[in-house]
Design a protein around this ligand. Structure first.
Ligand code: SF4
Length: 377
């Protein structure tokens, strides 16, 4: 396989969800049959638009990720239609789809499998009824257990479960039980997000702005970091644990600052020297696509300095850490020396350590990852 930072991925945002989770930060709409039709039409147009840009060349992606919202809300015929629009752009290595326990039906899972999806990521969040209620999740424990069984039966190559900790009233013992129940499911990957930081950053930095570890969240993170490896799931990023060979390649390539193209409303791209986000508004996005002029926001031209900084900060979130000399080779015009004082300081605080050619967060550093990032900015 080529170096992961050479990866090209496609992210499809499916903006449908009827949920009302208090912590939700994703762009979403309550679906209707009419909106499903318009969405599938516009995605097919967007795929064609991107295929025909720049002399009509769009490489085949190694990875694809359908996130949301809840992609599993899409009716089967829309799943099939969108998959067909990708055509030769079906990814060569990994195709992940997020599903919700309430709508992961046998028919939808079969449609995804026959389209070529290889990996299911299910938003379980908790196996505890009280915690699910506190998170505002609509699915019951019974619905979750049945949905896990259906995904396992469908026979995807990889199966991941998302858990959330830090819900109001959740105890460390309940969190430990969630972890152990998830690990006993037929899955090879578990993501464990911190509720407080899920709302802000989608990942558990587990830190307050001054770098102090909040006691409860630090304890919950430590429970995950110590128990999941004992159960065969090895941490490879602050919020992610996998059995050997089951890491999410799409997310890994994102943290390595590879390239990806985002499709659908609110989807972000890092592609051909720029970052940009599709308008987080269904109508604006659809109108832009229909007129052949995608409506974008948050546009940033990428230079070596920006890419070095992002690759350093996201690279540190991974347990293997990051090689400064490799980053200097990838982004030669960046001033690597400017990070030396901050790195020395973080080493003196035992938040960063050397590991072979790489620097990486220490276990203590992983509890305050966002504060470490602030120090490096
Ligand atoms: S299920 Fe996901 S997309 Fe829907 S409201 Fe909850 S967090 Fe947001």
């Amino acid at each position: 396989m080529q170096d992961i930072f050479e990866n090209f991925g496609i992210y499809l945002h499916v903006p449908f969800c009827a949920g009302s989770c208090g912590y939700c930060r994703f762009y979403k709409r309550i679906p209707t049959p009419e909106l499903f039709d318009r969405y599938a039409d516009a995605v097919a147009l967007e795929i064609n638009l991107r295929k025909n840009e720049n002399g009509g060349f769009l490489p085949r992606p190694q990875t694809m990720f359908w996130g949301g919202g809840s992609p599993s809300m899409l009716p089967e015929r829309h799943i099939e239609r969108i998959a067909a629009a990708f055509g030769e752009l079906t990814p060569s290595l990994e195709w992940s789809v997020e599903v919700a326990p309430t709508n992961a039906t046998r028919q939808k899972l079969a449609a995804l499998k026959s389209a070529g999806a290889t990996r299911i990521s299910m938003g379980v969040q908790s196996f505890n009824e009280k915690t699910l209620a506190s998170l505002g999740r609509k699915h019951s424990l019974k619905a979750t257990v049945e949905a896990v069984g259906r995904v396992a039966e469908a026979g995807f190559k990889h199966f991941s479960i998302d858990l959330i900790f830090g819900a109001k009233g959740q105890t460390p013992d309940e969190w430990l039980a969630d972890i152990e129940t998830a690990a006993a499911c037929p899955v090879d990957h578990i993501s464990a997000y911190c509720l407080e930081f899920e709302s802000a950053t989608s990942a558990c930095g587990g830190n307050s702005p001054d770098g102090e570890i909040p006691d409860a969240d630090g304890l919950f993170l430590e429970i995950a970091q110590s128990r999941l490896p004992e159960l065969g799931f090895h941490q490879y990023e602050i919020s992610n644990y996998a059995k050997p060979g089951a890491q999410c390649l799409h997310n890994l390539s994102t943290w390595h600052m590879a390239q990806w193209l985002g499709l659908g409303p609110s989807a972000a791209s890092q592609w051909r020297g720029r970052r940009a986000r599709n308008a987080p508004d269904f109508e604006k996005w659809e109108t832009g696509i229909k007129s052949g002029m995608p409506s974008e926001c948050d546009i940033v031209a990428l230079d070596d300095a920006e890419m070095f900084s992002s690759a350093l900060i996201f690279g540190l979130r991974m347990n293997e850490g990051v090689s400064l000399s490799l980053l200097s080779k990838r982004f030669p015009k960046a001033d690597a020396q400017k990070y030396a004082p901050a790195i020395d300081f973080l080493k003196s605080q035992r938040l960063i350590e050397e590991s072979g050619e790489n620097i990486r967060l220490t276990p203590k550093g992983r509890l305050v990852a966002d504060a470490v990032a602030v120090e490096l900015l």
